[in-house]
Write a protein that binds this ligand. Structure first.
Ligand code: MN
Length: 214
């Protein structure tokens, strides 16, 4: 069973996807210990708790996490907050691991590069604006690059919310929960954000962009 299987009809439970690289692959920007705890413990707990919330609702077990979150207001009230937080955590982290790699960084190319320039000016302008959204998100949350009403925009969300919960299609995101950086950067979130750009897997982001654009 895939973690976020595309329309899987008989999905029984959500599963923790493997990290697509070793824990130390993103050193020195993100340390191995942080990656291990973040993936195994934090993401692992979101998956466990999502499955637990769905135990009493077999009808909802057949839905992908994307389907659940896109209609979060239809999820029964007694499990809605659990699905929102843990389903969001599962979806957000599944994307996050994929858009990083060893030897990442640089700039996007092709259609994605053009779209970013069209929407935000230069790539440097985009980077500044995205970093600002990530820096100024108060407390725990995420910064996103997404399609909303057919337009490329930058937003941020609180907690484990995902733009899909109100009609956005995010294909690039940055985790600014303290658990993502505290071991190495403590309270220096801007330093973590600056370092994180060196991990971005732009060719993977370009694939997500092409899929989200449809
Ligand atoms: Mn996280």
């Amino acid at each position: 069973m895939s973690a976020s299987g595309q329309g899987a009809a008989h999905q029984m439970s959500h599963t923790l996807p493997n990290l697509p690289y070793p824990f130390d692959a993103l050193e020195p920007y993100i340390d191995a210990k942080t990656m291990e705890i973040h993936h195994d413990k934090h993401h692992g707990a979101y998956v466990t708790n999502l499955n637990k919330a769905l135990e009493s609702h077999p009808d909802l077990q057949r839905l992908t996490v994307e389907e659940l979150l896109a209609q979060i207001n239809k999820v029964p009230e007694n499990i809605r907050t659990a699905v929102r937080n843990n389903g969001g955590g599962h979806m957000n982290h599944t994307l996050f691991w994929k858009i990083m790699k060893k030897g990442g960084g640089g700039e996007p190319a092709g259609d994605l590069a053009d779209a970013i320039k069209g929407a935000f000016g230069t790539f440097a302008d985009f980077k500044t604006k995205f970093s600002q959204a990530a820096t100024t998100r108060f407390g725990s949350g995420w910064a996103w690059l997404l399609f909303r009403d057919g337009k490329l925009v930058i937003e941020s969300t609180a907690n484990q919310d995902n733009p899909i919960m109100d009609g956005g299609k995010a294909f690039f995101g940055l985790d600014v929960w303290e658990h993502a950086y505290y071991l190495k950067y403590q309270n220096r979130r801007p330093e973590y954000i600056e370092a994180w750009w060196n991990t971005v897997n732009w060719s993977q982001v370009a694939e997500h962009y092409a899929a989200a654009r449809k």
